[in-house]
Structures are given as C-alpha cells and as structure tokens.
Design a protein around this ligand. Structure first.
Ligand code: NAI
Length: 466
C-alpha cells in the first residue's frame, strides 16, 4: 500500500477530490489516503491555512494530492500554495499540456511538458521603492537553482523517453541573469548527449507555440516566463479544466490542478474533476504505478471520446455522472500491475552543484535620487573614477544628452583602473569613502551594487550605448 496525503482544500476542492478518490477506489489502486486539512477549512486551526500536522504529514509521506484552496483577497492568510512551495523547497513545477479527444481546442496534436523553476527569479518578492518615481524588483537567478532545474528537465526527459529539451529565456536582454540560466542549461546538456538541447527567446517561443505547438517537447523556463507560458499552453489544449500540475522537491512532491477553488460553482455538483485526475496521473508516475495510470487514462479518454463531459467542456454531465462514466469504462487491473513500481523521481544527489570561482571587485554602481536632471557627481574619489551615468538604462553622461524622459533615479558607475586602463581590485574602504563623499555633497543615494569579475567573466550588465 502507498500512503499519500490527501488535501481536499475548499470551494470545489472536496467535490473534485472525492471524484478522484472514487475513481481510484474503483480502479483498486493500492493507495491509502492520509487526509489532512489546508486552506479556508483550516484557518480555525492555523491562521496561515496550513496546520502543522498537514506539513508534517507531507514531509513524512512525501507525496500529496491537493485540491484547490482559496486565497483571501486583501487581508487574510498568504497563498497556501506559495507557502507550501517555499516551506518544502518545491523547486520544479511540472505542467504537461496534452490534447485530449473530445475536448474542444484549437489544436489536437499537442503533447509537451513545461518545467518551470518554482522558487527564484522575481518571485522572491524582493521589491523596493527607490524614489517617489521608481520602484524596483530584484530578479535573482542562481547557478545552483539553474543547474538543478536543467538537470531535472533532462532527467525527466530521459525517464519519460522524450527527445528534446528547450531552454526558454530572454538572454539577449537579460544578459547576466538569463545568460546564467542559459549557460547552466548548456553545461548540463553536455551530460545528456542523447537528448537534443536547444534554446529559444521567450517571445519567439510564444509565437511558435500558438502556430506549431506540435513541434515542442520538453521546455524548461525560469519562474516568471514559466508561469506565463504554462498558462498559454493550458489554453492550447482546452484551458483550466484540463490543466494538471506537480510541484516537485528533492524528497516531497505535491500534485494539484492548475485551476482554483471556483467559488462561483462550489457545492453545485457540476465541477470538472479532469484536471485533478490528470494531476493524479502525474502522481501515479511519480510513485511508479505506470500501468495503473495508463488504465485510468484509457477510461478517461474513452469517456471524452464518447462525448461525455462536464459543462465547462461543453458537455451535459454533472460531476457524479462524469465520474460514473469513467468508472464504467475502467478495465480490471492488469496481471502484476501493482508489483515492482518504478518511481519516476530524480535522485537529489544528481542535482548537487558547486563551483569555486575567484572573484574581485573593481568598481561600484551607486544609485542616487535627483529630480532636477543629471546629478553633479564627484569625478573621482580615491581610485574610483566616474565613468558613466544612466537613467532607466540609457547613458546620459558623458557625451551628448539623449532626448529621453528623465526620471529621478540615476545609476552612477565608478570604476577603478590603473594608468594603462586595467581594472584594479578595490577594498570596501574605497567604496565607503565614495559613499561618504556623495552623501556629504548633499546627493541622496539609495543603494549600491559592487561590480565584480568572476574568473574573468563580468558579473554585471553594461549600460546601453557603452
Ligand atoms: P478559478 O480557477 O477558481 O476559476 C476561474 C473560472 O473557471 C471560474 O468561472 C470557475 O467556475 C471555472 N473553473 C475552475 N475550475 C473549474 C472546474 N474544475 N470545473 C468547472 N469550472 C471550473 O480561479 P479564480 O476564481 O481566480 O480563483 C478562485 C480562488 O482559487 C482564489 O482564491 C484563488 O486564489 C484560488 N486559487 C487557488 C489555486 C490552488 O489552490 N492551486 C490556484 C489558482 C487559484
């Protein structure tokens, strides 16, 4: 018997979770459900919507199937999903998009898998108001995070017999952050010569996806692009009602539909359980019950082919009728179906990454506020010489002023070089002296960024026009 934590959630969550449990019972799947609460139904026990024993159970049993949970708007607890994702380091969001017969959509030949990095990028929530006119969000792409998600994508492609992995990025603009993601991807790709590795810029990817989605196989993306592109792909195959997902960590995995708790139809008995059922198929593969997954999937596909579907998919059935139709089409278990499960899990030791690099600092970007135009900055302080000032990334000093709209937020670049214009390594004291002088001259500064070199690579992006 496999033990799986079942979180029914709220809204339509209990209805669609019960539907999956009923189908699994009828299919005689050897799973014992450990039922735990989360979401609105649990806030009397835990104000954040996740009781301790729910978190403990997920850690203990390592696999969970989760119904949707409502996130209160304005006040109230944070999203249960985001909290679980962070607390359990669920770093990979795996969302297959596959055409299903009988489900109305623009394409009938899509079969791709989105692997979205689930923790980093702009989702760290590191945001600041810099000046009254300018707000900033930090986009953090890390080497370990990028290696880990790339390895996950290639390992998954290998296990699932996929042929191609595509890295999606915007490294032509985000040269350092997306550039790092891409570099890590190709480093990892070398370990998988049997799988075709390539990359595509995210905007082009979107265009190609809506024209030729059948050409795509496995896609790996940083968090923000993954969030957007995975919804686009859900749209390609029929929308939210058929969009499953898995949030995977080193030891723990939580499977759930992409859609929410649908409060507008909760309790009416008309919710579509297909997306949660498809998520449970991912779960069956994760624990290794491939034949069982195939058997239930066959019954679902036959049901849809027979024109039986819930109303959101254009059918006439309610949840119970739809579930009964699937159960009626279930074959009995194959011989030895539940023996020797072959879990599709990526071993965490494969995902370790560390690289020793020599780094040194040869300059600093100091960000200052000046609402009246280009600030009058000191030309040189100690070894640091003013090289450039930019406004929203466009160079405004030295040289002729471009005809642009200036905001009150300026980036002033100071570089330390010797007489031959070679970079010099500087210590913190040089930087402190610069900040002191800027501050003493009455210029308001907000923050600084050290300019660093890592093994000869530049660790910052150059201003446009340089
Ligand atoms: P939603 O996905 O719940 O609903 C959007 C529309 O799709 C509604 O008209 C709904 O009736 C319909 N719909 C969704 N799932 C359906 C299903 N299985 N069968 C038939 N119709 C379905 O999105 P919404 O309204 O923006 O969010 C409602 C709540 O769910 C919010 O509190 C949100 O934060 C939460 N949410 C939770 C998620 C999760 O727990 N994984 C994911 C997304 C949203």
């Amino acid at each position: 018997m496999f033990k799986v934590v079942l979180i029914k959630g709220d809204g339509i969550g209990p209805e669609i979770s019960d539907a999956v449990v009923e189908i699994f019972d009828a299919a005689k799947v050897p799973i014992q459900w450990i039922e735990k609460k989360a979401g609105l139904n649990a806030i009397d026990i835990a104000p954040n919507g996740i009781p301790d024993d729910t978190l403990e159970a997920i850690k203990t049993y390592q696999v969970a199937l989760k119904g949707p949970t409502t996130t209160p708007v304005g006040s109230g607890h944070k999203s249960v999903n985001v909290t679980l994702r962070k607390a359990l380091e669920l770093y990979a969001n795996v969302r297959p998009a596959k055409s299903l017969p009988g489900v109305r959509s623009r394409f009938d030949n899509v079969d791709l898998i989105i692997i979205r990095e689930n923790i980093e990028d702009t989702y760290g929530g590191i945001e600041h108001h810099q000046t009254s006119d300018v707000a900033q969000c930090l986009k953090l792409i890390t080497r370990p995070g990028s290696i880990r998600i790339a390895k996950y994508a290639f390992e998954m492609a290998k296990l699932y017999g996929r042929k191609k992995v595509l890295a999606v990025h915007k490294a032509n603009i985000h040269k350092i952050t997306d550039g790092l993601f891409l570099k890590c991807f190709y480093e990892v790709a070398q370990e998988y010569p049997e799988i075709q590795a390539s990359d595509l810029i995210v905007d082009n990817t979107c265009m190609q996806l809506v024209v030729h989605p059948e050409r795509f196989d496995v896609l790996v993306l940083p968090n923000l692009y993954g969030d957007i592109v995975s919804d686009l792909c859900a749209g390609l195959v029929g929308g939210l009602g058929v969009a499953p997902g898995g949030n995977i960590g080193d030891s723990v995995a939580i499977f759930e539909a992409v859609h929410g708790s649908a409060p507008d139809i909760a309790g009416q008995g008309i919710a579509n359980p297909t997306a949660l059922l498809l998520s449970s198929f991912q779960m069956l593969q994760h624990i290794g019950l491939h034949k069982t997954k195939q058997r239930i999937e066959n019954a679902l596909i036959q049901t849809l082919k027979d024109g039986i579907a819930t109303r959101d998919l254009g059918g006439n059935e309610n949840t119970k009728e739809f579930v009964s139709a699937i159960i009626k089409r279930l074959e009995p278990p194959f011989e030895n179906e539940f023996i020797e499960p072959a879990p599709l899990r990526i071993k965490s030791e494969l995902l370790k990454t560390h690289k020793d690099v020599v780094e040194y600092c040869h300059g600093v970007d100091i960000f200052v506020e000046n609402p009246t135009g280009v600030p009058n900055m000191p030309q040189q302080v100690g070894k640091l010489k003013l090289k450039m000032i930019s406004n929203r990334g466009t160079k405004v000093f030295p040289g002729p002023q471009p005809n642009i709209w200036l905001v009150d937020h300026h980036r002033c670049r100071y570089i330390a070089t010797d007489e031959d214009d070679n970079f010099i390594n500087i210590g913190d004291d040089e930087i402190f002296n610069l900040i002191r002088e800027v501050s003493a001259s009455g210029i308001k500064w907000m923050h600084i960024e050290k300019l660093q070199l890592f093994d000869g690579e530049i660790g910052y992006s150059k201003a446009q026009g340089e």
